[in-house]
Ligand binder design. Structure first.
Ligand code: AMP
Ligand code: MG
Length: 395
């Protein structure tokens, strides 16, 4: 199954089971959450015309070449009196422009006479250096739409409109299961044939960044009764996310348990790393099973599970940002699967880690992005390749 088709199917599944409940959250805690309703401005922003400069406010018709006296000083945070005709006002950045003034001249362009009167040395134009009322937004305007993911910028924007709280989609509850008899948690001694469980912490920490509520369901042994029991004990979650055990290998007990009590589709994705992916339901709860090799887990989570989870929360633009960069490497052997190499940008060109094995997570720690090599392609240096920044998909 081509990657694009797998993504389209997962998004259709997400659209069929959207998380619609919402909650009110203080803006400082909204990072990574998704806006549940349109944010409509109840203010004009700025609420009144204000000065963009430190300088002098006046009615430009009053300037006839005769120096003007200063009739008031207006700092940010003050409410000015109307401007006395034939005078100017000392004004500072962000201060309200007084009624009767229609321009601000910056202080660098004036001469202050010994008697304190002001000489303007340049041509004055109505509106100059004034930020008009409502230039950013006006009352009733939709500033952010439902489904927007909130980050520092959106939090700042909401604050500028005076919102103390925002209505956000409730957190999606995800149970993380690591399958495999060989897995041991860090901190425990490593026995023969055993490896440390790296997918668990990788996914739990990534899910937290995505605003999910994580239920860490631990390691699942390769054993059918234990698998059945663990699934049953999970309680109410929005998604069961597992790693490992999804190849057609003999230890696919998760697959068996799902078939018994739900539905299961096993997809063979045209993606490398990360060929096998399961998708199904257990007692009505959606299940996504990612391949167990750490680099495969990373790539399939980034390209498939992440957009799925964002879409469950109502985010529309879920596909990762990708831009084209010239390859700084040669790709001689065309593959029949789309490859996502762990790479970096060096002097504007994509270079790749020396070992691209799906078992090697270090490649991704070295990398800044996923370098996309399309199916059936060879590459010479300088040919264009897709580059998906990891900073983008990790956020
Ligand atoms: P599987 O999909 O279960 O056949 O696993 C594929 C490979 O990934 C095997 O080498 C596993 O040992 C490894 N693997 C599976 N799960 C994990 C995990 N949670 N952490 C690290 N490696 C894993
Ligand atoms: Mg396994």
């Amino acid at each position: 199954m081509p990657v694009d088709e797998a993504l389209a199917r997962l998004l259709a599944l997400a659209d069929a089971t959207p998380v619609i409940e919402s909650e009110s959250v203080v803006i400082a805690a909204c990072e990574g959450r998704v806006l549940a309703n349109n944010l409509v401005s109840t203010l004009d922003l700025p609420p009144w015309p204000n000065s963009a400069m430190d300088g002098y406010a006046l009615d430009c018709a009053d300037w006839t070449g005769e120096p003007l006296p200063v009739s008031q000083r207006i700092f940010a945070g003050q409410a000015p009196a109307p401007l006395v005709a034939g005078t100017c006002a000392r004004i500072f950045t962000g201060a309200p422009v007084p009624a009767g003034a229609n321009c601000v001249e910056m202080q660098e362009n004036v001469q202050v006479q010994a008697d304190g009167r002001i000489v303007f040395t340049e041509l004055l134009q109505a509106g100059q250096n004034i930020r008009p009322q409502g230039q950013e937004t006006t009352v009733g305007e939709t500033v952010l739409t439902a489904g927007t993911r909130l980050g520092p910028i959106e939090q700042g924007l909401a604050a500028s409109l005076g919102c103390a709280t925002l209505e956000v989609v409730r957190r999606v509850k995800v149970a993380v299961l690591s399958t495999g008899d060989e897995l041991v948690e860090p901190g425990q001694p490593l026995g023969p044939g055993q490896i440390y469980n790296s997918n668990r912490v990788l996914l739990c920490s990534w899910l937290t960044r995505l605003g999910c509520e994580v239920v860490d369901a631990g390691i699942l042994p390769d054993d059918l009764p234990a698998t059945r029991q663990r699934l049953t004990e999970l309680g109410a979650v929005d998604l069961i996310l597992s790693t490992g055990g999804v190849s057609v290998g003999e230890a696919d007990f998760l697959g068996i348990a799902l078939r018994e009590e739900g539905e299961l589709a096993l997809w063979k994705l045209a993606i490398k790393p990360g060929k096998p992916l399961t998708c199904g339901y257990f007692r009505g709860v959606p299940v996504i099973g990612l391949p167990g090799n750490p680099a495969s887990t990373l790539v399939t989570f980034a390209l498939l599970a992440r957009p799925y989870l964002l879409r469950r929360q109502g985010v529309q633009a879920v596909e990762a940002l990708k831009f084209q960069v010239p390859a700084g490497f040669v790709w001689a052997k065309p593959g029949n699967r789309r490859e996502y190499l762990r790479g970096r940008l060096e002097q504007g060109r994509a270079v790749i880690y020396k070992n691209q094995s799906s078992g090697v997570l270090r490649s991704a720690a070295w990398a800044e992005g996923l370098v996309e090599v399309l199916e059936d392609r060879t590459l010479s240096e300088g040919d264009w390749v897709g580059f998906i920044p990891l900073s983008e998909v990790l956020g």
